[in-house]
Design a protein around this ligand. Sequence first.
Ligand code: NAI
Length: 295
Amino acid sequence: MATASEIAAVGVIGAGQMGSGIAQLAAAAGCAVLLLDADPAALSRAVASISSSLRRLAAKGHLSQAACEDSIGRIRCVSAVQDLRDADLVIEAIVENEDVKKRLFVELDKITKPSTILASNTSSISITRLASATKRPAQVIGMHFFNPPPIMKLIEIIRGADTSDEVFATVKSFSERLGKTVICSHDYPGFIVNRVLMPMINEAFWALYTGVATKEDIDTGMKLGTNHPMGPLQLADFIGLDVCLSVLRVLHNGLGDNKYSPCPLLVQYVDAGRLGKKRGLGVYSYGQKSSSSKP
Ligand code: NAI
């Protein structure tokens, strides 16, 4: 198995908000990146956003023009899981759905070389259960980046029940190679950050739903009253309301406490396709349609 410094080829599956940022980080760290998405349009959007993000960094002097163009050149879009067969590390960042992720892990286990480490960027799904879909549970691990990955300094590493010490050490060093600070969580629903964050976001939805205050006042209250850089409703829009709902359902099912039961307003927004900033409309409007805080 490759050590962190020997990880040369990284597969990233899912070229959405998270996968595109993860691909950018791995390419900037010198890895050859194979980027795969079921939707070709997502790949085109990802390449455009990675290129403009790296060129912005170069324009500000954070990296040289040559390093910027080299990084962009290290990213190759691919169209089939088989194209990832030689990756040293695969990071999955597809939709937050356990069955869909498990099917992908089964496929990855079959086609990647025996030494490949399989990581998931899941926000809440059990790494142990994803690992159990493979014949290499010792090489399956959670690598939870934060949004947007190039900016946020944290990676939360989740050890499944069978993740080996060697794989944990490799992924920890690789995360540091990406310039991140690492925290380690055992494999319980929501891990550390979402276990604490999602009940707050859910409570903010309840406050809006029950008419306690306007969305603006709820967010301003938490920004100025608790020194958060962004209010919980705006943060939910940035994360994606579908992702928030999925995580709350995992917390509710896994921990069995009604306090995690998703607010009906959050469910309704997701049902209506108001998924947040990525769709132009969530709790707030981002320049496409009009927004209303009323259920
Ligand atoms: P997104 O909706 O922006 O992107 C997901 C991408 O995966 C889409 O482009 C979709 O076409 C693709 N996809 C779906 N199923 C696929 C499959 N079977 N094979 C290949 N591609 C597939 O979602 P986002 O926000 O990037 O989230 C991805 C993962 O990262 C989820 O597991 C989420 O929980 C996790 N995550 C999200 C964070 C956030 O703030 N949005 C933060 C940390 C983790």
